[in-house]
Design a protein around this ligand. Structure first.
Ligand code: 8OZ
Length: 364
């Protein structure tokens, strides 16, 4: 049994652009909300990520490109020198163990709250459309507020902020970045017509709604190279009040357009984030894989058997797993040997200290 497992394609190396992976299991981005003052990663982040360096690729927790890009309490940034210094400890720890690591960079747009914004201003978005739901603030959950629609010069500035964050990521020793274009955050708010009601060149047609994604990808690729840039999309996830009237042609156009940047990989959340994979029955994720000319990373609810099968069938090149990596720092070894998996405790997912962060044991 374990011999069969060891020969799985999951444990074969792969190259994604300029990223060298020793196996095809990626650690999906996981928000942990443990950063310190100044949105600086806490020192133990180096232990946390270092413990998980046997993953073929670590994608960090979502990390803001600017202080105005933040939408959850205690998430880290990658735009100041102090943040870069702390991230260097993380990348050193992962590289010392032979791992690869990229930082996921984001702007949350309307999924924020004035208490998380500089000077307490209202969050920005493509259009002034209030999302349902609550923001996770330092004083608990608070209802979202109606955002302010971005001006054109502000859109240009945010594109530049993504490029700056990518440059800072390379200074911090990251192998690359993943652009977070999923889950109803700013880029996805531009993509979907439930949140984008603009009448200018950024709204209306699919061509216009994908413009901001392509501008960000162009600026980030110019800064650090497309071969070090991944991108994540979640075509049917309803998370964060995400809605589109016709997602299939929208995301197909997005993926076809991404090819020109030759990204290191395309990361797709298949289904409802952390929920049912078949929320839109019959949705053809294979069409996105066929349209994309680079490596395809699949995520959402995979276990070993599903991952092995998807790789063998050619439905994916890399599989990302999220929550199992929290409780199992040695997830690769456990999947290889068929050892039981520890439960990851949701009570310590977000906020707090080293408990539930760096204190999950490895086997043996
Ligand atoms: C869960 C909690 C907070 C943030 C995402 C970055 O949805 C997140 C996130 C997930 O991509």
């Amino acid at each position: 049994m374990s011999e069969d497992r060891r020969s799985s394609p999951l444990f074969q190396p792969i190259r994604l652009g300029d990223l060298e992976l020793k196996n095809r299991l990626a650690m999906a981005p996981l928000t942990r909300s443990r950063a310190l003052k100044g949105d600086v990663p806490r020192p133990s982040a180096a232990d946390y990520y270092g413990q998980r360096a046997s993953a073929g690729l670590i994608i960090t927790e979502a990390t803001q490109v600017d202080d105005s890009a933040k939408g959850y309490a205690w998430t880290p940034g990658i735009y100041t020198d102090a943040q870069v210094e702390s991230w260097k400890q993380v990348t050193n720890a992962v590289h010392a163990k032979g791992g690869s690591i990229v930082v996921q960079i984001w702007h949350v747009g309307r999924i924020s709250h004035p208490s998380l914004q500089p000077n307490g201003v209202v969050p920005v978005a493509p259009s002034a459309v209030l999302p349902e739901g609550n923001a996770f603030t330092e004083s608990g959950f608070q209802p979202h507020v109606e955002p302010r629609a971005l001006e054109l010069d502000e859109i240009r500035q945010i594109v530049a902020d993504f490029a700056h964050a990518a440059t800072m990521a390379r200074k911090a020793g990251f192998d690359g970045v993943e652009v977070h274009a999923a889950h109803g955050y700013l880029i996805d708010q531009f993509l979907r017509d439930g949140s984008n009601k603009r009448g200018d060149q950024y709204g209306g047609s699919i061509e216009n709604r994908t413009r901001f994604l392509f501008e960000v990808m162009g600026a980030v690729s110019d800064a650090i190279g497309g071969s070090r840039t991944g991108v994540r999309l979640s075509p049917v996830s309803p998370v964060n009040d995400s809605k589109d009237s016709d997602p299939a042609p929208l995301y197909l156009h997005a993926v076809e357009g991404l090819n020109r940047f030759k990204p290191a990989y395309l990361h797709i959340v298949e289904g409802a984030t952390g929920g049912p994979r078949d929320i839109v029955p019959g949705y053809d994720f294979g069409a996105l894989k066929r349209a994309f000319q680079g490596a395809f990373m699949a995520n959402n609810g995979y276990d070993f058997a599903m991952a092995d099968e998807a790789l063998r069938a050619g439905r994916a090149d890399v599989i990302a797993m999220g929550r199992p990596f929290i409780g199992n720092p040695d997830l690769v070894e456990r999947l290889k040997t068929g050892a039981p998996l520890a439960e990851s405790d949701p009570k310590t997912f977000y906020g707090g200290d080293e408990h539930g962060y760096t204190d999950y044991p490895t086997l043996g």
